[in-house]
Design a protein around this ligand. Structure first.
Ligand SMILES: *Cc1c(COP(=O)(O)O)cnc(C)c1O
Length: 381
């Protein structure tokens, strides 16, 4: 059989041939005019992806470095911060804050649910001097999308001294992002999720308010020092050698977003979410997140009677289809399907069809085609 590789985990995601071709462009010097032109050309598209007028820093490292860089640049030891934890990535943000000796307070939400903005409001009205609030836009470990717009509004109502720092990895590029309108001060994403690129870059958009804090902050830092990146950006450059080929790929990805139109990109992701959820429901399988909380980029289903590993290894072996397991205690119960980046309704229909086969082979009582038909119904609506 011809070897296939169908990658439907929530990152890394498949790469479009146009982007692959672009990344094969013979490399040029990182201090060349070509590089300056390239940096100039990706600026605008990056801003559109974050919904901001602010500059966006490009780091040569995975998403977590962007998270760590926000802490390194915008906080000092002992700062009182609030971390909203809805899953493994919220937990990671809290761990980074602890590693940098912040005074960390958390609101923990049951995994599979989004944080209730009212709870944030109550917390902040009792603790108005919180230095920063950290949140995860799409909690990739569960498939939940947090209400960054609402939380931002609440923070702005309570204090204009509190920074709002958001992990947008697996959301930015696939879910609407309105950094400026929502009052986000530091907004992070990575290259390998909805941004349609291979792993290796992290992007951080920084508000004016955040720059004031960053410029005044004495915490020691070097490679991750945003002040250096800001200075270089003014000159369409980076302070250190960037991943030139990935940035050439980024230019192509941003062009593709603009050709499709951001609204349509976000609508396509919403459609893929609806199709996936309708199919899972029709198959009689549970969904981890409620309709209200569900992310447009990743869907978690909760199995019963078969383990996540059984189903995933069967699909991988027969079809080369990769799906992800659950986080932490949900490892064996949950399967996560990524539907973001270079992914279309046609890909969703393929995944659902293969999933039906896997479930039937594992003894589930399912009528063939029920899930596919439910997804088709959503598409045809
Ligand atoms: C993937 C992901 C990250 C970053 O992970 P890296 O492996 O460092 O790229 C951070 N937050 C969320 C929400 C993610 O989905």
């Amino acid at each position: 059989m011809v070897e296939t590789n169908i990658l439907r985990i929530p990152g890394p995601t498949p790469i479009h041939p146009r982007i692959e071709r672009a990344m094969n462009t013979p490399i040029f010097g990182h201090r060349s005019q070509e590089m300056k032109d390239l940096m100039q050309s990706v600026k605008h598209g990056l801003k559109l992806s974050f919904g901001t007028e602010n500059e966006v820093i490009i780091l040569t490292s995975s998403g977590t470095s962007g998270l760590e860089a926000t802490v390194v640049n915008a906080t000092s030891p002992g700062d009182y911060v609030l971390v909203l934890v809805t899953g493994a990535f919220g937990n990671r943000f809290a761990q980074i804050c602890e590693a940098y000796e912040l005074n960390v307070h958390r609101i923990d939400v049951e995994w599979g649910q989004a944080v209730d903005p009212e709870q944030v409001k109550d917390y902040l009205s009792e603790h108005p001097h919180v230095k920063a609030v950290f949140a995860t836009y799409c909690e990739t470990s569960t498939g939940v999308l947090n209400r960054i717009d609402k939380i931002g509004e609440i923070i702005q109502d309570v204090s204009n001294e509190t920074l709002f720092i958001v992990d947008g990895v697996s959301a930015v590029g696939g879910a609407k992002a309105e950094m400026d309108a929502w009052g986000v001060d530091l907004f992070v994403t990575g290259s390998q999720k909805a941004m349609m690129l291979p792993p290796g870059l992290s992007f951080v958009a920084v508000s004016e308010r955040a720059w004031e804090v960053i410029e005044a902050n004495n915490r020691p830092r070097f490679y991750l020092d945003f002040r250096k990146y800001r200075q270089s950006l003014a000159d369409d450059a980076t302070p250190f050698t960037p991943a030139v080929s990935l940035i050439i790929g980024l230019q192509e990805a941003l062009m593709m977003f603009q050709e499709e139109g951001y609204e349509e990109v976000y609508n396509r992701h919403l459609r893929m979410k609806e199709m996936t959820r309708a199919a899972i429901r029709a198959l009689g399988v549970s969904l981890l997140a409620s309709d209200e909380d569900a992310s447009p980029t990743v869907t978690s289903l909760v199995l019963d009677g078969v383990t996540s590993e059984e189903l995933r290894s069967l699909l991988k072996k027969q079809f080369g289809l990769s799906l992800a397991g659950g986080p932490g205690q949900l490892k064996e119960k949950v399967v996560r399907i990524g539907h973001m980046g270079y992914c279309s309704p046609a890909d969703v229909l393929q995944v659902i069809s293969l999933l039906e086969i896997g479930l039937i082979q594992l003894g589930k009582d399912i009528d063939r085609g029920t899930g596919v038909a439910a997804a088709q119904d959503i598409y045809l609506k």
